[in-house]
Design a protein around this ligand. Sequence first.
Ligand code: SAH
Length: 424
Amino acid sequence: MHPRSPYVAYVDFRKLGQECPGFAPYVNANSNVDFRNPAAVRELAKSLLARDFGLTVELPEDRLCPMIPNRLDYILWIQDLIDSTSCDLTSESNPSSPVTGLDVGTGASCIYPLLGCTLRPSWRFIATDVDHDSLQSASCNITANAVLLGDRIQLHETGVEWPLFSLDTLGIENIDFTMCNPPFYTSTTALAESAAKKALPPSSACTGTPTEMVYTPTGEVGFAKRMLQESIVLGTRIRWYTTLFGKLSSVSTFVSELRTIPQLGESGNWAVTEMVQGTTRRWAVAWSFGDRKPLPGGRPAALKGCFPSVPSELEFGVDRSYEEVCGEVMVLLAGLELLQIKRDGGEFYGEAKGNVWSRAARRAMAKGSMDATGDEVNVRLGFLVTVKAEGRKASVRVRWKRGRDGVLFESFCGMVKRKLQLER
Ligand code: SAH
């Protein structure tokens, strides 16, 4: 579960029943809930949305009922993605800068736009679906929360054969991200089999209806490949393309496909994350054609080899004050042959044309024999070091901002951490 999720600790159903009386009848003597009962599952979702997000939501009986903790995890991961790869290279991203997302297949709940806009007042959403009835219900949910959300969610009815990313139809030039919880199954039989395994009635609130869950004949992989094809045409008009998967085998298939696209495979500008809630596992994949680096995300062992090999940031604590650490960072960076250094408070942006912290490079610099000339083309690494005060101590984050050489970035992180933690 995402560390920022309020559901990291288990949900106390009895307490929730006390706080949301509509839910109380579904809590049994063991303080548990019967997840095979669609009414209980719906009431749980409504109560969590009301209590934890101040949202008033109606969920029709004949449509998929969202599991709130897992929907939230996907939204929080996208927040990380957007925050850690802001367009502005030289400073940390600002969570209040405007962001527009597209939710493909928003469903009757409109869950992702509701959560996304509630958590971030500067976010807007375009939400599409092919299901007219679901959109009607989504529209009611938006209206019911108009005080909180204003006009930040725009609904759009599309057709089955229409583009999934309908920027041109909507007359929109650029957006920040797309997200999608696609129809997972390849056939109604596969859907029924999966429901049987979980001992759920087919087409219950928990499994969804065939229109929501089935994309014949290729299921989630086919849906994701359609998105990938469209993304190749749209390129950087969308900063991040993302989608969810319900099966691990689909992730591997999709990632292999992604690797064959030259602009993606070579740059490693994509990432996978695994989201675990109880016994349910979901995976999200993101990819981008922009000159930015991935990415937040765990590295589930089962997906070894599926990841860009290097994480895009390193965070650690230093046992000295903010002022002291800032001073040390400045001295450290000034002692390297960097192409540029820009400081703004506790944020230090730098660019290097190679490994200028190696022993040989430092020796050459001391002798004054290193070639310091450089230009834009030679930037092999752009990084941002951010120092923050944590009481009387400081935390340091090194973020990868430019370049494609993961080994170089890892080596830089290692050097900064070693120097700052060993200082004194
Ligand atoms: N986002 C919701 C619903 C997911 S179910 C949730 O997470 O709970 C998948 C949704 O995709 C359904 O609402 C279905 O109607 C929609 N859908 C299927 N094909 C689509 C298409 N071509 N374009 C847009 N939405 C589509």
